[in-house]
Design a protein around this ligand. Structure first.
Ligand SMILES: [Zn+2]
Length: 865
């Protein structure tokens, strides 16, 4: 839990709030009116601060992280992706049991442990013909993700008709808007996503209760609801975390930050549900904020949404949920439960919908027009879990289940009474995209029924005409596959062509921005915007860009006609993997796939040398192994006459890093052993490591004397150090590996920055980088090489980076300063080249740093015993 700031209600809206809460019969008027507004609360840390402890995991699989719906499925019993079309409902299946686990953290709370979910779903399916269970994927830790559909039975023919209508909405929205069949017969899709943060449990339990009731309810409203909608429940989006009582999954990832990158299998499963089911309405149930927080959010609002349609529906359903939650009758005095809050109405800033890394924000780009994070009220996780009596925890959890249930039920009522306009608004989202129409700025006139809209709420963008990505590189192939996995349409040029006054080669990819999901295409590819002057505080990241950070060349085309161009739709990127037929081979080391291929060759005993330009030289004798690597990693081995100089070895990396960094290192096929202050204090065998990478969780001052001298001896023996941020830099200076003073900028700042690359470690890297709590280096010793500097002027391209109150720490101070430095024994990063596994184009800098300092230290293997 983290409090960002106390923010007052919008002055105009206090009366509106009072009216709403007075309208709730079971709540005394003075309670709501007199209750001081609690601060907006940010649950959990914005950045992973701790050291990663994740076991070796699915990182290798994630290399092909853009796999389709079947990712993670297909093992064990009860497989099937839940995305099948052309099958009727119910789609019942008997789930094989999960192993009983008495250590499941749900048990203490009186909630449903993971192993009890499958039997419960089996029993509910037997109650009638409304409930279907499918497996939507598997978690990082290998647990099945249960997708439940509740709807009135459908024949195969009826289900196919539903699918046809769904496709019509997306692909021919103008026709869908006129379709009488659709208006009369389309079942509104609704998606309830639960427990994405594993230690925010109760959405799962509330959903199970609701499903059980819906399975047999005979009342007219339920029958009406189920014959006109399909309700989809992701029972727990994070089984690993539910069992372990952690926010993250088994890989240590906060999945409600991963939707841009989709590095985690659970996130890819949710993404596929969004694409295949196309929900008009969704809830993402979280905890814990008292009183219950209900989206819509404070500014800034993402500039790529059709926000007028989103706000209209999301606000309307928020009022319904607020009324239902307050209507439960819990009070601050009696139960410790405060009235619900709607941040859009009740707060000024601090809980925004700017980045599409959050589930409801991502859903909006797939046509969800009412999407909510709901934060249920009473804390039962973290310190409370360990310190409160079981009876108190169970009291709180029972109330939380009640509150989550009220939000779910209110949403069903909202869907039942507004289904025509909800579907019409979803159609309108896709229609505007396909037609290339401008967005509609929000105002009192364009979004009637939502009070207090002001200029601070208006965020729109000018969509370009197209994006062009020249093909032929691993980075371009990865980017295109990622766009396709997100249901963005991509075409490929059969010949050279001209567009917007420029020529592009045959094989270039073109993203026509006149497409139904243009918002998603743009939010992924665009630079984003510098919003530092528009709000004072952000909830999480403010900048990202696959166009700038993923290593592929991406050109924005603002004008021109695509008519007559030789473009064909693609279902996947063309493979680029290739090996020259004779002679020695050169592998570039600028992309994570190339690093992974190199490490795999080294692992297989191939003698690889490094050339002067930083590439890897593979001898002709290893052509067959190179061919296998080219196939596996889709990389290019060119012919070369360069013989190379120094021999490359696969370094064994001891790493005190964040989970995102650990995952990225393993994605590049490094052999990594996670370490931390605690691991070193317990006695670490340094002979198992060649190089140390430190960014988090290792504090030299907190080491016991034996651990400290072992670490110092490792570094003094010439083993290299790669450091990131002040933690890494502090260790490098303490060990005397490099003379530099790290300067920490505003620790809340983050975004995409311009950089100038100037050294061997950064050769071939993009001229943009990602920063979070940016660091730069001054007072450089004579032996220190500047590998990269922040751009001059204002280096921030997109994101949020202000100077501190004393004027220091801002982008103007960082401009022109060293962002990456090196010496013979160390490389220090002030940027975040592996942040949450996102900026793929920057990964190779870290790999090159590891190879460089590991080699400089005398190489590897000699110490291994
Ligand atoms: Zn949460």
């Amino acid at each position: 839990m983290r409090t960002t700031r106390t923010v007052p209600a919008r002055p105009l809206l206090i009366s509106a709030l009072a009216v709403t809460t007075v309208g709730s019969l079971l709540l005394t008027p003075h309670t709501a009116a007199a209750e001081p507004k609690p601060p907006v609360t940010r649950e959990g840390p914005a950045v992973e601060k701790g050291a990663a402890r994740a076991p070796r995991s699915a990182a290798e699989r994630a290399l092909s992280g853009t796999t389709g719906p079947a990712a993670g499925t297909g093992t064990g019993t009860g497989t099937g992706t839940g995305t099948g079309t052309g099958r009727g409902y119910p789609r019942e299946q008997v789930l094989a049991p999960d192993p009983h686990n008495p250590a499941d953290k749900s048990i203490k709370l009186g909630l449903t442990p993971y192993h009890a979910i499958a039997p419960k779903l089996n029993a509910i399916q037997r109650l009638g013909d409304r409930v279907s269970v499918e497996v939507a994927g598997r978690s990082a830790g290998g647990h099945r993700l249960y997708l439940v559909t509740v709807t009135a039975p459908e024949s195969t023919r009826q289900a196919r008709a539903q699918e046809r209508m769904r496709e019509l909405i997306e692909n021919a929205p103008a026709a869908a808007a006129r379709s009488r069949e659709l208006r009369a017969g389309y079942k509104t899709p609704v998606f309830f996503n639960n427990n994405i943060h594993g230690n925010e449990w109760e959405g799962t339990d509330a959903s199970l209760k609701l499903i059980e009731r819906l399975a047999t309810a005979k009342d007219r409203r339920t029958r009406d609801l189920l014959s006109h909608s399909r309700l989809y429940f992701n029972i727990t989006a994070n089984p690993d975390g539910r069992i372990a009582g952690t926010r993250a999954n088994a890989n240590g990832f906060d999945m409600n930050r991963d939707f841009v990158t989709a590095s985690q299998p659970e996130v890819r499963a949710m993404r596929q549900i969004e694409i295949d089911k196309q929900p008009a309405v969704m809830l993402d149930v979280h905890g814990y904020v008292n009183g219950t927080l209900i989206e819509p959010t404070t500014p800034p609002h993402g500039e790529n949404y059709e926000y007028d349609l989103f706000l209209k529906n999301t606000y309307a359903n928020a009022l319904r949920m607020e009324s239902a939650v307050n209507g439960l009758g819990y009070t601050p005095a009696k139960d410790g439960v405060r009235p619900a809050q709607i941040p859009f109405r009740d707060q000024e800033e601090g809980w925004d919908d700017w980045p599409p890394i959050f589930t409801p924000q991502y859903a909006a780009f797939h046509g969800t027009v009412a999407a909510h994070t709901v934060e249920i009220p009473l804390t039962v996780n973290n310190a409370a879990y360990d310190s409160l009596p079981e009876s108190e925890l169970r009291r709180r959890s029972a109330i939380n289940v009640d509150v989550a249930g009220a939000a779910l039920t209110a949403t069903l009522d909202f869907v039942r009474t507004n289904r025509a306009s909800l579907v019409a608004d979803q159609i309108e989202v896709f229609r505007r995209g396909a037609a290339g129409e401008p967005q509609v700025p929000v105002s009192a006139e364009t979004v009637p029924g939502v009070p207090g809209i002001g200029p601070e709420d208006v965020y729109t963008t000018d969509f370009p005409r197209a994006y062009v990505v020249p093909g032929g590189s691993p980075a371009a192939a990865r980017l295109v596959d990622h766009l396709l996995a997100n249901d963005v349409r991509v075409t490929r040029a059969a010949h050279t062509f001209r567009l917007g006054g420029r020529s592009y080669p045959k094989g270039s990819y073109v993203v026509d921005m006149r497409q139904p999901k243009r918002g998603l295409a743009n939010v992924l590819l665009a630079d984003g915007r510098d919003i530092s002057d528009r709000v004072s505080v952000m909830y999480d990241i403010s900048g990202w860009s696959l166009g700038r950070l993923w290593g592929a060349e991406v050109t924005q085309v603002t004008s021109g006609s695509l008519r007559g161009l030789p473009l064909r739709s693609v279902g996947r990127a063309a493979r680029v993997g290739h090996v020259a037929p004779r002679g020695d081979l050169r592998l570039r080391l600028e992309d994570p796939r190339e690093i992974a291929a190199l490490n795999s060759l080294l692992q297989r005993g191939v003698e690889v040398r490094r050339s002067a330009d930083g590439s890897a030289i593979v001898p002709a004798s290893a052509r067959a192994k190179a061919a296998a690597a080219a196939r596996t990693y889709d990389v290019v081995f060119d012919a070369t006459r360069v013989t190379g100089t120094t021999e490359l070895r696969r370094p064994r990396v001891a790493a005190a890093v964040t989970p995102g960094e650990l995952f990225a290192l393993r994605e590049m096929n490094f052999e990594v052993t996670p370490v931390s202050t605690a691991v070193l204090n317990a006695g670490f065998d340094w002979s198992a490591a060649d190089v140390l990478f430190v960014s988090a969780g290792l504090n030299r001052d907190a080491l016991n004397p034996a651990a400290r001298s072992a670490l110092d001896a490792f570094l003094a023996a010439g083993h290299g150090l790669v450091g990131r941020g002040v933690t890494g830099a502090g260790l490098a200076t303490a060990a005397g590996l490099l003379a530099a003073r790290p300067v920490e900028g505003n620790t809340d700042a983050n975004g995409v920055v311009r950089v100038v690359n100037s050294g061997p470690v950064t050769a071939g890297a993009p001229d943009h980088g990602f920063v979070y709590a940016p660091v730069w280096f001054t007072d450089l010793g004579p032996e220190v090489r500047v590998e990269q500097t922040y751009g001059r002027g204002n280096p921030l391209v997109s994101g949020h980076w202000r100077a501190l109150e004393d004027g220091s720490g801002g982008p103007a101070q960082a401009a022109g300063q060293a962002s990456v430095v090196s010496s013979s024994g160390a490389v220090l990063f002030g940027t975040e080249p592996l942040f949450r596994d996102h900026p793929k184009g920057e990964f190779a800098q870290v790999a090159r740093a590891l190879f460089t300092v590991a080699h400089a230290s005398g190489g590897t293997g000699e110490e291994s015993g």
